[in-house]
Ligand binder design. Sequence first.
Ligand SMILES: *[C@@H]1O[C@H](CO)[C@@H](O)[C@H](O)[C@H]1NC(C)=O
Ligand SMILES: *[C@@H]1O[C@H](CO)[C@@H](O)[C@H](O)[C@H]1NC(C)=O
Ligand SMILES: *[C@@H]1O[C@H](CO)[C@@H](O)[C@H](O)[C@H]1NC(C)=O
Ligand SMILES: *[C@@H]1O[C@H](CO)[C@@H](O)[C@H](O)[C@H]1NC(C)=O
Ligand SMILES: *[C@@H]1O[C@H](CO)[C@@H](O)[C@H](O)[C@H]1NC(C)=O
Length: 694
Amino acid sequence: MKPISPPVVFFLLILLSSATAKHDSPSSSIVFTTLSRLEIAFDIYALPIHLHPPSISNEIQITDSSSVNYNGHFPSISTVQSLINGTDSTPPSIYLVYVSERNRSFNIYLDALYFDAPSLTRSRSALQIPIRIQLPLLNSGESVDQISMKDKPTLVGHTLVYVSTHENSSVPRASWAAVYSTSIKTGETRRLTPYGVADFSPAVSPSGEWTAVASYGEKGWDGEVEELSTDIYLFKTLDGSDRVRVVEHGGWPTWADESTLYFHRRGDDGWWSVYKASLDESVVVIQRVTPPGLHVFTPAASLGCKNLIAVATRRPESEFRHIELYNVDSGEFKELTRLVSPKTHHFNPFISPDGIRIGYHKCRGDHNAYKTRTPLLLESIRSPTPEISLFRVDGSFPSFSPDGNRIAYVEFPGVYVVNRDGSDRRKVFSEEAFSTSWDWKRKGVVYTSVGPTFSSEGTKVDVISINVDEDDLSYKKLTTGGENNAFPSPSPDGKWVVFRSGRSGHKNLYVMDAVQGEKGGLYQLTEGPWTDTMCNWSPDGEWIAFASDRENPGSGSYEMFLIHPNGTGLRKLFQSGLAGRANHPWFSPDGKSIVFTTDYAGVSAEPISNPHHYQPYGEIFTIRLDGSGIRRLTHNSYEDGTPTWVSKFIDPVDVARPNKGPGCEFEDCHWLRITQNNGLQVSNLSASKPQCGA
Ligand SMILES: *[C@@H]1O[C@H](CO)[C@@H](O)[C@H](O)[C@H]1NC(C)=O
Ligand SMILES: *[C@@H]1O[C@H](CO)[C@@H](O)[C@H](O)[C@H]1NC(C)=O
Ligand SMILES: *[C@@H]1O[C@H](CO)[C@@H](O)[C@H](O)[C@H]1NC(C)=O
Ligand SMILES: *[C@@H]1O[C@H](CO)[C@@H](O)[C@H](O)[C@H]1NC(C)=O
Ligand SMILES: *[C@@H]1O[C@H](CO)[C@@H](O)[C@H](O)[C@H]1NC(C)=O
């Protein structure tokens, strides 16, 4: 019963169109940090719904432990069989559509698995490897080839409905997330979201006629990082027409039938809860269905069983996000994943059309059916410009040695140095420190700031230099007053270091002697009752780039500025909308461009559908020094930050990080923590099997 290769005809890849136009920077590499991302090794798993209590032996790992796989959807068997043509008509044991970040980019895949003895509830060895057919669903076409985040797929017949971020919103701080449909047969792609609007979390109705989304409509993003202020809209899946707002305030819609939607929202009492919207009346009737006392979110309705929904929960007694079933008629919850893997976060459940299986994703850890985790030091990311090799590093505040062969970075706590091939990783400083930079002239000299990040002007933080090539790792304190002296960046002649300091009561920029520190010479470069910070000295010595809130001190909004080291020539280089953020500028090796992190592209997914990110809007961009040529390099719903740029072109392949400890060390959304239970009774758990019907 070995299935033959799929008959689906894929088109030759049409090479990147405009993005291949020669950029004026010579070949180089950019390395940046993504909060927790290299700890997140998601795979999609499934449990049977009607077997209770479930145990670990009932759990099937569906995806193959390659890269990061999440936000699954169970299509119908007829859809799958028409795409995957076996040598006989034996249907696959299990099949799945999902998002994957394998192959340096995002794509949506269909996997069909054939176990030798298909059976739903039979326990199987975790080591049983099925025969797998795997199809990337987006293969060609002007839109799908472009680099973008892809998310939340639904496959109905041969139409794939999903989110993509490939179209520039052209408006600062307006998300690029929009819903598209692609015909798997022809590759024809259609944008379903109107221009000027961002849509998230699409859900297609059982008949396929309607798609529901969480959307900003015309109102736009206001910097939210917990609950997005979205409403729920419907439109025709065919062409996006008949768009109508049906629910004010809500996200993550799911269909129980053609006229019943469930969705989540954070209620006035502070609890995330699931609500029901009945659409068959002349007025939409909205009803809260889950009780206060626990957070309940990311619902998934069951087509076969209208009173049963799958949800993720955070309960007062648990630090972990778990998947449960909830009977909307009886008000009873049924725990599932806590009984299987209690100390793991589980995300974004979905139910099979026949109502027998529930899927979700979680971090696979070391115990998975396929290969063991290969921890990475550098993860290669597909770059929109082939001359720039783009990497995510497993550490914060990376910087390259001038020869491009070594990377210094921060873990909390400690400063590390590693060869860029992953070898010879060493801890060079063990206390809490942040930001790193290398001296251009004195080999092996690394600057950092010792103390806590994000603290007030008076907090004890001092700039030091470490000679990482000396056996005793001697270090030198360059500032001593502890007035939040941070973000050191040396001049190319090796004589000076620019840094920010809170010594005047405000964080402004100062320049000091690189060898002797402030005792060897010091001057104040910027001055004013605001914050100037995150400074970087250009390779030609002419400019210092920095981030500042000087136009609206204390607002949390940061713009990027340039100033000559002699204090002249101050100008604003970039602003992200009226209240946006542009941080961590770093010059290109030729000094003509800057890489930085910004909220310019808004957020790309509902933050609650992901692990914790302080700034889920952080994406990496470059801009020329004259303010032209802004370009987005990263597309995802993670927090990307602290980029660095080196003249060496590093081969765009992953670099392993040997001897890395256990993975999966990421946190759930901090704002879902329940600090007190407000005296509310925790909802009842049912000991019986979940029932369809009352
Ligand atoms: C499946 O394969 C059979 C024989 O190889 C062929 O006749 C049939 O058209 C195929 N079906 C699809 C949907 O490709
Ligand atoms: C990986 O992505 C490239 C485009 O960057 C594509 O040409 C190639 O076919 C993909 N490989 C696989 C195995 O999907
Ligand atoms: C300040 O430095 C810039 C750039 O090096 C230079 O063009 C300018 O003449 C200098 N101005 C003064 C007053 O020294
Ligand atoms: C977005 O499009 C506008 C107008 O076409 C263009 O000026 C701008 O550079 C683009 N921005 C990005 C980040 O691609
Ligand atoms: C839980 O069960 C008790 C006893 O059956 C009942 O009195 C109470 O109302 C239930 N609470 C909730 C939140 O359903």
